[in-house]
Write a protein that binds this ligand. Structure first.
Ligand code: HAM
Length: 419
């Protein structure tokens, strides 16, 4: 029989590494919660049209990387390559934009892009994202960037950079586009590149081919075309970042992989990862909601790559010392099979009272069972034999110090709660 394997290029996490994945994801989510964002749980597949209209047909994501399929009713569906378009669709469909603004939501889950797999680049990957919809203030731009930065700092990351730019408002982009299109029209380009440029001329700044890079080196930059309002807005964002001691550099050449961006745009880059060093990115997307048939509300958000943040943490050695490997309070061992039912019952009762505990299963000798206790990472262990059951007392062993203290079995739960 053929050996079954995971599909090519997907990321997956299993113990013991999965606990670090969980910790990273929870820390990112926690930062969003701390700033007043609420959960939005969305479908993993959506109408293909949503991404075509929302993310843009000039992007690699839409033109080359979508997992699109027909369902049994002949509808074209696509596994979500990103989260923002789905959030907009849901906000419009459920009339959330008619409630008080801003709408602040977070989401977390799997995303799908048929990219060429390599270290840190997967076909199924995980993001934690936030979106703040209905405000066009520099303060909210700052908030969104600060939520990401706070999460990275909380994890203990040090070797990362923040790059920002502004893609301006519609007025700024229109005047820049005119000059950029005229600049591009003088270049000798192949048909496919011309087609992309016609959809979104900014894409050419992101072209990796050396001849195009060279040709684009003196192209007009959007940052030089910002309207007075956009300029002022961008300056305020920078002031706020400075006063919060969040370091950044301005990268006028930044091109995000999705077409909906306007105004403040940013990326976080780890210095410890190879080619796939973007650990998160986002920006403003004024116009997206109207484009998808909703009110003309502005918005800003980010997507943080959980897989890559985990890789960055590992590369910085963050998990080596500081983190307890297990959530378990207690590991209980029955001295012989006679005490097994008692122990099983005890463990069940302790769990009912919220104590995280596990027991040695199977017919292992005490030595083997102690090894399981070690491996479980539990903070305490207890061995229960006939004597313990009779006396109602058990020696609770601190697995780190090796010290034991005698406690009453009937009050074990209280013992842990007071600790
Ligand atoms: P994005 O820059 O396409 O933005 O993705 C955000 C993050 O997801 C990236 O910085 C990276 O860490 C991670 N990521 C993307 N593709 C992969 C992959 N193939 N393998 C592993 N990690 C990956 C967005 O998706 C926007 N929706 C973010 C946003 C929200 N902008 C505004 N609101």
């Amino acid at each position: 029989m053929r050996e079954l394997q995971a599909p090519k290029g997907v990321s997956e996490y299993f113990p013991p590494r999965s606990q670090y994945f969980e910790l990273v994801r929870e820390t990112l989510i926690d930062s969003a919660r701390t700033a007043g964002y609420s959960l939005m749980e969305l479908p993993v597949f959506e109408d293909t049209e949503l991404f075509k209209r929302g993310v843009g047909e000039s992007t690699d994501v839409v033109s080359k990387e979508m997992y699109t399929f027909e369902d049994r009713g002949g509808r074209s569906l696509t596994l979500r390559p990103e989260g923002t378009a789905g959030v907009m669709r849901s906000v419009i469909e459920n009339n959330l934009d008619k409630l008080s603004l801003p709408i602040k939501v977070w989401y977390s889950g799997a995303f799908f892009r048929a990219e060429r797999p390599q270290a840190g680049r997967y076909r199924q990957f995980y993001q934690v994202g936030i979106e703040a919809i209905g405000l066009n203030d520099p303060e909210i731009d700052f908030e969104v960037i600060a939520v990401a930065d706070r999460a990275f700092k909380k994890l203990g990351l040090k070797s990362y950079r923040l790059e920002i730019t502004s893609l301006g408002d519609a007025k700024s982009r229109a005047s820049h586009r005119k000059d950029l299109v005229s600049y591009i029209s003088k270049l000798k380009l192949d048909d496919a590149t011309l087609e992309r440029a016609a959809l979104n001329p900014l894409r050419l700044f992101d072209d990796k081919r050396p001849d195009i890079r060279e040709a684009m080196a003196s192209a007009p930059l959007l940052l030089d075309y910002l309207s007075p309002e956009s300029k002022e807005n961008f300056a305020r964002v920078q002031e706020l970042l400075n006063s919060a001691a969040i370091k950044f550099t301005i990268n006028p050449l930044m091109v995000r992989g999705l077409d909906y961006y306007t105004g403040t745009t940013f990326e976080f880059i780890s210095d410890k990862l190879g080619a796939q060093s973007g650990i998160g990115g986002g920006g403003r997307y004024d116009g997206l909601m109207a484009e998808l048939g909703g009110n003309d509300l502005s918005g800003i958000g980010f997507g943080l790559g959980v897989d890559r943040v985990l890789l960055a943490c590992e590369a910085e050695g963050i998990f080596d010392a500081s983190i307890n490997k297990s959530d378990l309070d207690l590991f209980v061992i029955a001295l012989s099979s006679d005490e097994k039912p008692f122990v099983s019952n005890l463990v069940n009762q302790l769990r009912n009272q919220g104590i995280a505990c596990d027991m040695a299963y199977g017919d292992r000798a005490l030595k083997g069972a102690m090894k399981s206790a070690d491996k479980s990472g539990a903070r305490f262990s207890a061995v229960i034999g006939a004597d313990e059951i009779k006396s109602g007392l058990v020696a609770l062993k601190d697995m780190k110090s090796g010290e034991s203290k005698e406690v009453r079995i009937s009050t074990l739960a209280e013992e842990f709660k007071s600790n």
